[in-house]
Ligand binder design. Sequence first.
Ligand code: DGL
Length: 269
Amino acid sequence: MDNRPIGVFDSGLGGLTAMRKLVEAMPNEDLIYLGDTGRVPYGGRSRDTIIKYARQDIEFLLSHNIKAIAVACGTVSTVALEQVAKEYDTPIFGVVEPAAWKAARLTKSGRIGIIGTVNSVASGAYDRAIQGFRPGSETFSKACPLFVPLVENGRIHRGDKVIEPVVEEYLSGLRDKNIDTLILGCTHYPLLSEVIGDFMGPDVNLVSPGAETAEYLIKKLKQADALADSDRQGSHRYYVTDSAEIFRRQASLFMDSDISGEVSETELL
Ligand code: DGL
């Protein structure tokens, strides 16, 4: 048993797709979320900058005596995690393996699409992980850099005149490849599931990396006998590097309800 909090971080709001899963599944756990909202997006930045930001995010969470970290950011997971995770003793879980494992399990044809930020797609990390879980799979990827700012601006709904043509522009090529599974490789993208699902059609499975990582983390904590006491009520705290008020408003979109727990502004050093 371990009552220390679980840490979750993202460059912005997308990691709330993992947080939401943890809130629902783990009522006994204390959860601390960090959204680097002052510096989002990470997606087009250099590898060195992403590594520097990742260390700052991790060290902020470690200063809260956490027991494990979910890196609920596709960009950090694909670009920086291999190098950074080994610098710390605390277990750190990225989104790549859980999402790739799920996709490898769901696909029947072995034709898997991957969408993500420019850096995530260029890293090839999801493709490599899929090959490890299901050798011989064919992967097709596409960077979708406009999705993050559109999601952060709430352009996520079916019928929205801005998001629908952007989805078509980015995903037409993937639809033509006859994939049967698509990894939404940036944690913001599951907010577009409705629009992407409509466009790709009902036969394409969509994989949410944040939610898969939350499930994987829960499994690992169980195996290590490191879950919190079952008779305690968990607390939730949110830290952001830009306005707490704006975050609270936007977060309700991601969580499908108002977030419970205090939101504080912080600086990362
Ligand atoms: N949620 C981040 C990711 O999964 C957003 C991308 C960004 O910061 O550019 O990659």
